[in-house]
Design a protein around this ligand. Structure first.
Ligand code: ADP
Ligand code: MG
Ligand code: MG
Length: 883
């Protein structure tokens, strides 16, 4: 079998389409090579080797050694060197590369092949001993760390110690002899810590590194990451072995990272950072402050360090051209890694770049305008969930700013919260319902959970491409990075700025747009949803089939929903309207009355309030459909709880408090969720449904008169399991409609339907559809009743289920397609069989979840309804589902 694929020198055995086999990095290296771009020659050991390795007790395929040998010889031929040759050594990097980029995998090892002999040859060839030994010490440190498990900090301590002794600040200030001395100390440290010398045989080094990559596929961090991101174990990782090029070969060498467009704003400009005389991840590690790539960026940043454009104009020009080529080839914004060795450009990586939601929109819209992609592709490219970050507030421009420091505007949006200094604290605070800003010197992959829990992230070290910046942008969290004037002291749990000291729990605000850090909380402003956002939404609206409605009951929610483009209300819960102020008293009066007359008297007080609520909603929705659900929660929830509350109702009703207390006790339910609620209330107390129906009809007439647009309310009867329940309630609704029409002389058109939220309703959907004119899938309750799990109690064990692999995702977040979804599909089919064209929608939380929306499209629902803030997400997801 073929286990090894070569690339380099304008040729490649693989293509970008071979990601499954070659991993993302390998496939893109091959693609770049095939395009004739300057890529150091190398080869990729396929993911199939990884699979073989784990299927066979960690043994490689027989012929792998030979294939690697041949591939090394081929790189040797391309570079005119020989791996292991002490006089003319080929040095390589060993890089892991899964299909999807995956933190937790083995870090790259550079300069592999160096030993006490080859380092001298390298010094000789480069005419630079300092460079050679700098490379060697880097290699010892990296290799010991990632292959032999010796923490890199032990070496950093030695280096710091050396620098302190010499009184220098930067690594670049050390001379050749000092690096030679350091290498000796490093090697001695390896012996001291591991009881064995640092391996001198390049082949042993190479196989050690290859083995470490494959082993890292099963390390704890990688396994956790895969579980969190649903990446199958069977995918495996590839290993890339590639000839070294050196960015640390003096002042005409450099290394850097760049994006073909600004990943924060989406602006079409080559955007990135580099360091002269540096190697590998020096740029992202924040060792020195990186320099800008373009002159424009340098000027904008007010930096006095020269840009790449100025410093190495020829390499810059070639790089800019290469970036352009790659972007046009991939038709997407690229994230590039490059190295310049003595003026010559080398490309080391390209991949589609991570970007903020704002940038994603701008890039998609502009690329469509440039003709690089179609509008459909532009719509398909935006991650619907990411729109969430655009809906985040920013600092009110008029607000007072008590600025205590400025860092880099690493990820947009503003956030306020209490300071915490560790990810653990961030999680704890979040669990306790507090909002925090995670303040760190810098972040690492171990901080992901803390970053998730925090409202925003503030670091004192690192650039725009630092870990904190990249991850925060991906998460859509505001982030200010590299705020160097702030001092963070973990020991004393303080952050000092401009002579002021802030401790844990003190409130700060970060502004991811300007990079400012502010003391205290600041006034925020809601985002503007125009420009690129509006363009994408407009394109999405043309592509989608399903309608998008919102779940809203207050005028404020209804207005927000409309401003986000909702095409109606899919769920107006009426119970919230009974909890406010005086209403709860009238409601309690109604519940606790022991006669129908008593109930009707109390309901009469509620009628005008309900009517005006509905009228206002209808006016705001101006003719768009509005689905109103009749009273749903168990009466239990409305019962007075305290003595005071009982006394208050008793006074209004003019009865003994004792009597009310007894009645309250009698109405107590053991399991209210499965108790006296939903249409069961309407069957027991039809006068409640009648009052609500009257309020709806009268409000519809009133609003229609006001707005000039006819209102066609959709009255939804909750928790129907038996067709006769619906039949019974519908008869009452129709009766009221007839009465109101007779009284007012107006004609009313309306629909009566039900929520499908009980398995029995789904099973009997064909019968229910004889009465129901629409179904709305109440997937929150349907999930509860199908699983027999109460949502309020599920948190304690569903997470355990997830961790133990019993379930993959929380069924309350993303619809359980194979179970609950099957009921939805069945009910939809049965409903349509009885009543062709029956209106079908979904109104559970799932109506705003992209994966669930895809399913709704598949089943052919007419609309989804979700919370107002998720409307844009649903519009986009519905379009993507239809493409
Ligand atoms: P990651 O997946 O963490 O980005 P990479 O494999 O891309 O790791 O390696 C990190 C960095 O190491 C690269 O950006 C590049 O600067 C450097 N590097 C990797 N291979 C080589 C090489 N053959 N020559 C020079 N530098 C290299
Ligand atoms: Mg890395
Ligand atoms: Mg990389």
């Amino acid at each position: 079998a073929k286990w090894v694929y070569n690339f380099g020198n304008g040729r490649a055995e693989g293509r970008v389409g071979d990601k499954n086999l070659l991993g993302g990095k390998g496939a893109n290296l091959a693609e770049m090579s095939g395009l004739g771009l300057p890529v150091p020659p190398g080869f990729t050991i396929t993911t199939e080797v990884c699979t073989h390795y784990y299927a066979n007790a960690r043994v490689y395929p027989d012929d792998l050694t030979q294939q690697v040998q041949d591939a090394l010889a081929r790189i040797g031929a391309d570079t005119g060197r020989c791996f292991g040759d002490p006089r003319n050594p080929l040095l390589v990097s060993v890089r892991s590369g899964a299909r999807a980029s995956m933190p937790g995998m083995m870090d790259t090892v550079l300069n592999l092949g160096l030993n006490d002999a080859t380092v001298e040859a390298l010094a000789e060839e480069a005419q630079d001993r300092r460079f050679a030994y700098d490379s060697y010490r880097r290699f010892i440190q990296m290799y010991s760390d990632v292959v032999m498990g010796l923490d890199h900090e032990v070496f950093e301590e030695i280096l710091e110690d050396e620098k302190a002794g010499l009184g220098v600040e930067f690594d670049t200030e050390l001379d050749a002899a000092q690096w030679v001395g350091l290498v000796e100390r490093y090697k001695a440290k390896v012996v001291e810590e591991l009881g064995q010398p640092f391996p001198q045989d390049p082949h042993q080094q190479l196989w050690g590194a290859i083995g470490a990559v494959f082993s890292s596929w099963m390390n704890h961090r990688a396994i956790t990451y895969r579980r969190l991101h649903n990446i199958p174990e069977a995918w495996g990782t590839a290993v890339n072995v590639q000839a070294m090029v050196f960015g640390n070969m003096g002042d005409s060498s450099a290394t850097g990272v760049a994006f073909t467009r600004d990943p924060s704003t989406g602006e079409r400009t080559l955007y990135g950072e580099f360091l002269v005389n540096a190697q590998g991840e020096d740029v992202v590690a924040g060792i020195r402050t990186p320099q800008n790539i373009t002159e424009d960026a340098r000027i904008a940043a007010g930096s006095d360090k020269p840009s790449l454009q100025k410093l190495m104009p020829e390499a810059f020009t070639e790089f800019a051209r290469t970036a352009e080529t790659l972007e046009r080839h991939y038709r997407d914004m690229q994230d590039l890694e490059f190295t310049i060795e003595r003026g010559k450009l080398w490309m080391l990586q390209t991949r589609s770049g991570k970007r903020t939601a704002k940038a994603a929109l701008r890039i998609a819209v502009e690329m469509a305008a440039e003709g690089l992609i179609t509008r459909e592709q532009a719509v398909a490219r935006i991650d619907p969930a990411s729109l969430d970050q655009l809906l985040h507030p920013t600092i009110d421009p008029g607000a007072e700013r008590d600025v205590i420091g400025v860092g880099l505007p690493a990820s947009p949006g503003a956030a306020t919260g209490e300071i915490v200094f560790s990810s653990e604290e961030a999680e704890e605070a979040k669990a306790a319902g507090r909002k925090v800003i995670l303040v760190r010197v810098e972040t690492s992959p171990e901080d992901i959970h803390g970053m998730h829990a925090a409202e925003g992230i503030l670091t004192t070290r690192g650039g725009m491409t630092s870990h904190a910046a990249v991850v925060a942008r991906g998460m859509g969290k505001p982030c200010v990075s590299g705020a160097g004037a702030l001092r963070v002291d973990y020991k004393t749990q303080t952050m000092t700025a401009l002579g002021r000291s802030f401790g844990r729990g003190d409130v700060v605000t970060i502004d991811g747009a300007s990079g400012q850090v502010l003391a205290g909380a600041t006034a925020m402003q809601q985002p503007e949803l125009s420009g690129d956002f509006a363009a994408i939404m407009e394109w999405a609206d043309k592509l989608r089939r399903m309608r998008v409605r919102a779940n809203a009951e207050t005028p404020a929610d209804a207005r927000t929903a409309r401003s986000f483009g909702a095409e109606g209300i899919g769920l107006c819960r009426t119970e919230h309207m009974f909890f406010d102020g005086d209403r709860i008293v009238a409601m309690r009066e109604m519940i606790l009355a022991d006669t129908e007359t008593g109930r009707r008297a109390a309901l009469a007080k509620l009628l005008p309030m309900q009517r005006s609520d509905f009228a206002e909603l209808f006016e705001i929705m101006a003719g768009l459909p509005v689905t109103i659900r009749l009273l749903d929660p168990p009466l239990h929830e409305f019962l007075p709880k305290t003595e005071e509350e009982i006394a208050e109702v008793a006074a209004v009703m003019d009865v003994e408090a004792e009597l009310l207390r007894r009645r309250t006790e009698a109405l107590h339910e053991f399991n209210p969720m499965l108790g006296h609620r939903g249409c069961r209330l309407a069957v027991s107390y039809p006068e409640i449904a009648e009052m609500q129906a009257r309020a709806i009809f009268e409000a519809a007439i009133e609003a229609a008169a006001k707005t000039g647009r006819p209102v066609e309310p959709e009255i939804m009867v909750p928790l129907v399991g038996i067709m006769k329940e619906l039949e019974f309630v519908k008869a009452r609704i129709d009766q009221v409609a007839a009465e109101v029409m007779a009284e007012t002389g107006a004609s009313i058109s309306y629909l009566t339907g039900t929520m499908i939220e009980l398995p029995r309703a789904a099973i009997r959907a064909h019968a229910i559809a004889e009465v129901a004119e629409f179904f709305s899938f109440g997937t929150n309750d349907l999930t509860q009743t199908t699983f027999g799990i109460s949502r309020d109690d599920a948190a304690s064990f569903l997470e355990t289920y997830r961790q133990k692999g019993v379930i993959e995702t929380d069924p309350f977040v993303s619809l359980d397609i194979e179970g609950v979804g099957e009921l939805v599909r069945m009910a939809a089919d049965k409903g349509r069989a009885t009543r062709a064209g029956i209106k079908l929608g979904i109104c559970g939380e799932h109506g705003g979840d992209p994966a669930s929306i895809r399913f709704c499209e598949e089943v052919g629902l007419d609309y989804v309804s979700c919370s107002p803030f998720r409307v844009p997400i649903a519009r986009l997801a519905a379009a993507q589902a239809a493409i």
